[in-house]
Structures are given as C-alpha cells and as structure tokens.
Design a protein around this ligand. Structure first.
Ligand code: WTA
Length: 651
C-alpha cells in the first residue's frame, strides 16, 4: 500500500464499529488496564509475568542500559514447561492443543498430553544427538505438528532454534545456518504445496555442502518422496524420536537465556538474526495473545494462518497460544488447494472462533468473491485479526461483512519480528473498530511519532516516524553476534529510542494509522524483503552489471517487486523474455520464490545522483506510471527517457 493511497483512504474513512455489548461485557481486558499500566508500568509488566510459572521468581523487573534490556532479572523458568507441562499437571492433558490438517486432507489431533510426550521424546533425541544448552538448532519444516514439537524440544533443553521458512532457498538456508553456527538441522523429506509434494531435504543437502559444522540432520518423513542420504549425518525422526522415553526433566533457565534467533530482512543484503530470550518474551506473547484476542481457553478455537517460519507463527501460533493453554488449528497448505473455500471449510469443521490472518489473504478472497465463503457456516467466529501490512479500509470492511458476519470485532495488530509481539492494536472489548487504523498502543507500550528532526509530535493529527520510547518485555535483545549493528539499526536514527522503520500518523481521535515502511524494506504479501537483498541476488547473475529494485503498489500483494537491470557488456543477450525468466528463476534460487520480481525491465542506465546514489524515488515513479518527480539532481536526466522507452505501455 503506498503512502498516498493510505492517506487518501484515511481522509475518506469515517465508519466506526463499536464492540457488541455482550462482547464488551465479557472481555478479558477493560479500559482501566491502560490507567494501571500508565501509573506503574513495571508493576504492570510484572503482572504479565505472574501469569507464567517460574522455578525462581525474579528479583528485579527490569535493568535498562539503553539499548540493552534485562527483564525479570534473577528469574528462572522453562518455556516448554510453561507451554505444555503445567497444563497437563492442571488436569487439562486431554484438551486439544492442535487440530492439524495436512493439505491433502490427512488430519491429526494433538492434545496437550500428546504434545508433552512428543516434546519430551524429541528433547531426549536432541540430547542423544549431542545438542547441549546454548547450541543452535536450525528448523526447516512444513506446517506439521513436528515443527511445533521441534521448537518446544529446543526450548526445553535451552538450545536456541532458528526456524527457516520452508519457502526459502538452499542459499538462504545456508546463510542462516552459518550465521548462527547451527550444529543440527531438523527438516522433512518435503511438504505439500498446491497439491504436489515439494522437496525440503534436497535444499538442506545443497546448503550443507558449505556447512561442515553441521553434525546431524533429523528428517521427518512427510511425503515419502525419495531423498539422498548421508550415512551417519542423516537420521530419521521416526527412528530417533519415537524410541525415546516419554519423560524428560526440564531444567529452568535464566530469564535472559536465548530462546530463538529469527532472520528478517533489513536494509542491507544480509538478513539480521533477531534474538529473543526466555522470560520477557513468553510473558509478553502470552499476555498480548490473551488480551488482544480475548482468548477464552476453555471454549475458543483459535487459528493463526501464518507459517511458523515467520515471527507471527512463533509468537501467535506456538508460544502465545500454548502458554495460554489454547486450542488451535494448524494447517499445512495454501488457501486455494484443493479449492478456494478451503479455509472456510476448516473454520466450519473445527468451529473456529478467532481467526488471525494477513490483509494480502483477505484481498485474494475479495478477488475470488464473497460467494465462496457464503457456502460455509462461519457462525462460530467471534473475533478477527490482521497483521503484516496496512489493511485498506475496503478489505477491512469486506472481512467484517463477509467473514465476520457483520458481528465480529477486528483487531488490526501492528508489530515486527523485532518487537516479539503486538504493540499497537485495538482491544476488542474496549475500542470501536475503525477500518484502516491500528488504534492505540497496548497498555504499557510507549509508542510515539517523531518528526524528521527527532521532535515528539502531538498525539493529534500529525504524521512522522513511529518510535518506541520505553522498553517492553518482548523486545529483541540484539542482532545475533552483532551488538553494534543492533545499536546502529534501531537506536541511532533518534538516539535513545527504538526506531521502527515505519511511517505513522495520529488522527483527530488520537488513533494511530500505519503508513508503510520508510526505508528500503518492501512488504510483499506481508513478507519483508529488502530491495538490496533482491539487488544483490540479481547482480550475482553473470549477465547483470547493475540492478535497482523498488516496491510498487500491487492490488493483491500490497507491494510488488519491480527490478531494473543493466546487462553486462559483452555478456549474454539480455533483452529477450527468456532472460527475464532466467533472472526471476535466479532470484528465486538465491532467496526463495517469494522474492521473484513481478517485473524486470532491462535498461541501459540507472538514474543516479552526482554522488552515485541510485534514485529509487524516480524508479518508483516509473514503475507506477506517474509523472516524474524532481530530476535536477541526476547526473544525466536523459536517462529517465531511455528507461521509459523500455516500459511496456500501461494501456
Ligand atoms: C508491517 C510481522 C501496518 C510494518 C508481524 C512492520 C504492519 C513490518 C502491520 C514488520 C499492521 C506489520 N499495519 N503495517 N497491522 N503489521 N506491519 O517483521 O511495516 O515480518 O515494520 O513482522 O510489517 O514485518 P515482520
């Protein structure tokens, strides 16, 4: 969504949807929580941690030496025990943790007691493979119960995991394994995607050619496809895990013990390993999941559609819901396989009451038409959520009408991999729904908007840069192995405050509107991809001399990737369609299919300033078929005419 479009929506948008009275009356959180949190923020955060079970209580809530935070100092706990054992101990072992549905239609019901057994067995198996507290384990799996089990088993033995989205390439996987020096990889032979098995182990094999430090690969058999096998290194999950004892005594780890590293795109070509730790993270995701989704663990069926490879899957498919003892749906496949009503079929089948998804999915459903969801009984739904990108008011209203039956409140939740959990969102029993606005900072969260010069703007009718001025328990602790980069990326644009990289606006009511990224990060279907990452993938192709990448608005995916490339002199012929196809494939192999440019334009020159900086602003104008902005700082303004000649006629 471009800034202009969002602003235009904002000016037009005046609809308000108050929460239904019965919903508000029964809501987990009421308005006074804001006052309490404001009066005593540390007392408020301590309250969120009280919801967990601690082997040793903390001595102090926070030690803050900007930009480094230590939360719940002196406390000790085990994440897996909090997510699994304590529910079983409280007599809730028979409660379903996951209704799992494979894409081909196979299903599994995993209770908390099942989860306990499997997590203990997997923890024992990892220990047998020599994984020790502090060792990193990479997880590269489809959306199957073993993925959750593997994460919890790592947490149980204090081995930080790094989950790599199954849609990433071997090359992307290699970079992540090397950066965090993982010694064991958990994967599957493959997974199902759009009706066909696709390989995962094959990518692990390719990646490990350059990762000699990896000792073992634990392989889940999911599709039954043929795989290559390295004797000694490769082990089947069903052989290593299933034979293990179903008991495992978990150690309690310090609050700040590393829980996971999750890689995300920044403004450079190298993804950043975002580090989250134990106590603060779990307290924060558990509380926000309970408060924002108004979770009633005894009766709700909750479904977060995000893949576990992204932070939304970590915080709101795995850790938050399990810490709260929720019953969730876990679905392996795509929304249109085998038919475009698949999600709604699942909502009907499992009587889903809370659905959390991304605007890009909603826009696809809008395109497919409301007749599809109408065929299913969606009356179990009582709350809807969105995340990942700004939601345009049209999509918000469509979601409310056609999925939410004009009765469900919607929570538009703003957060980032770095923030660990939701920071800005309406509370569904407290605030009116306002299509397109993420509403208010949650209780205890200190969000402000600064102007270019770092001055805090009044909380009415003002636009600028979103910042967080106080720490919160779920915040990232650093970039894995690179404190300096952590400081520079997040804490130096405005000294002493966290710079989110998003533009935002306070409206006349004091509600926040997110206006998209202000840096070189694109948002494609809610996935963060940096322009430089795609550029460096393109220039790694022998036929390309230079490349510039911009995100252009796209009606379904939010943004689409548009690349401008200069062919290498004397290189292969780079004018034809064939080359464009090859370059798209090349990017896909370097990063993953989600990073394939929507459009590649072969151009003779790129617009540059006299200091040699590529002017992406002008390329965006071209990609959007707009009048060009100011070209006076270009070394050679005729470049833009040459580029335009290469552009297909928009009509
Ligand atoms: C964007 C996903 C507007 C934003 C949880 C942020 C949003 C980036 C919203 C983080 C929202 C996320 N409204 N924009 N509700 N939620 N974003 O790290 O630009 O994959 O900086 O975390 O997504 O993406 P990430």
């Amino acid at each position: 969504m471009s800034e202009d479009a969002t602003l235009a929506d904002l000016l037009r948008e005046s609809r308000r949807f108050p929460p239904p009275a019965a919903f508000a009356r029964a809501a987990n959180v009421t308005a006074d929580v804001y006052r309490d949190a404001e009066r005593d923020p540390l007392g408020f955060w301590a309250g969120t941690a009280e919801r967990l079970s601690w082997a040793r209580r903390w001595d102090r809530v926070l030690e803050w030496q900007p930009p480094f935070a230590t939360w719940f100092v002196g406390g000790r706990l085990n994440v897996a025990e909090n997510c699994v054992d304590r529910h079983v101990a409280a007599g809730r072992g028979d409660r379903v943790a996951f209704h799992w549905e494979g894409e081909p239609g196979d299903t599994r019901t995993v209770t908390y007691a099942d989860l306990h057994r499997q997590v203990c067995q997997a923890a024992n198996a990892l220990t047998d493979l020599g994984v020790r507290t502090g060792d990193r384990v990479a997880i590269y799996l489809p959306m199957i119960p073993e993925t959750v089990v593997a994460m919890l088993a790592c947490a149980r033995i204090g081995a930080p995991h790094t989950v790599v989205f199954g849609g990433f390439s071997a090359e992307a996987l290699r970079g992540r394994i090397q950066d965090c020096d993982a010694r064991v990889v958990v994967t599957a032979d493959g997974g199902y995607r759009r009706g066909a098995p696709s390989g995962l182990k094959v990518h692990v094999d390719a990646a490990l050619k350059e990762c000699p430090q990896v000792r073992n690969v634990l392989v889940v058999r999911r599709t039954g496809q043929d795989v290559d096998w390295v004797a000694g290194r490769d082990r089947w999950w069903h052989e290593e895990v299933d034979r293990q004892p179903a008991e495992h005594t978990a150690a309690a780890f310090p609050s700040e013990h590393p829980l996971f590293v999750l890689y995300t795109s920044g403004t450079t070509a190298k993804p950043k390993g975002i580090l989250h730790t134990t106590g603060g993270y779990l307290a924060f995701v558990a509380w926000t999941h309970w408060a924002v989704f108004d979770l009633k663990p005894d009766t709700d069926v909750y479904w977060c559609t995000a893949d576990v490879g992204w932070v939304t899957g970590h915080s709101y498919t795995v850790y938050g819901p399990l810490a709260n003892g929720a019953t969730s749906v876990l679905y392996e496949g795509t929304p249109d396989t085998p038919h475009r009503g698949r999600w709604w079929e699942l909502v009907e089948k499992y009587r889903v009451s809370i659905l959390y998804t991304a605007p890009t999915a909603i826009r696809s459903f809008m395109k497919w038409g409301e007749d599809i969801p109408r065929e299913f009984d969606l009356s179990s739904l009582r709350l809807l959520g969105t995340v990942g990108e700004p939601i345009n008011p049209e999509a918000w209203v469509w979601y409310r009408e056609h999925i939410g039956g004009a009765r469900c409140p919607i929570v538009d939740t703003w957060w980032q991999t770095e923030t660990g959990g939701i920071l800005i969102s309406p509370l569904p029993g407290v605030h009116d729904g306002k299509p397109g606005s993420a509403s208010r900072p949650l209780p205890g969260v200190a969000a402000e908007i600064y102007d270019e010069g770092g001055r805090q703007l009044p909380r009415r009718n003002a636009a600028g840069y979103l910042v967080l001025t106080e720490p919160w328990p779920g915040m990232m602790r650093t970039i894995w192995g690179d404190d300096q980069r952590y400081r520079e990326t997040y804490w130096s644009r405005f000294p002493g405050v966290y710079f989110a990289g998003d533009g935002a606006k306070w409206d006349d009511d004091g509600d926040i509107w997110l206006l998209g990224r202000v840096d070189d990060v694109m948002n494609i279907s809610g996935h963060r991809i940096s322009t430089t990452e795609v550029e460096s993938a393109l220039v790694s192709h022998p036929g390309v001399a230079e490349a510039a990448v911009v995100g252009a608005p796209d009606p379904t995916t939010g943004q689409g990737i548009v690349a401008f490339v200069i062919p290498r002199a004397g290189g292969e012929d780079t004018a034809g369609e064939d080359v464009v196809r090859r370059l798209r494939e090349h990017v896909s192999a370097q990063i993953g299919p989600i990073a394939k440019p929507r459009q590649i334009l072969v151009v003779p020159e790129l617009p540059k300033t006299r200091s040699g900086k590529i002017m992406r602003r002008l390329l965006r104008d071209v990609a959007e078929h707009r009048e060009l902005g100011d070209v006076t700082t270009l070394t050679d303004s005729s470049v833009m005419d040459l580029i335009r000649q290469r552009l297909p006629d928009p009509r």
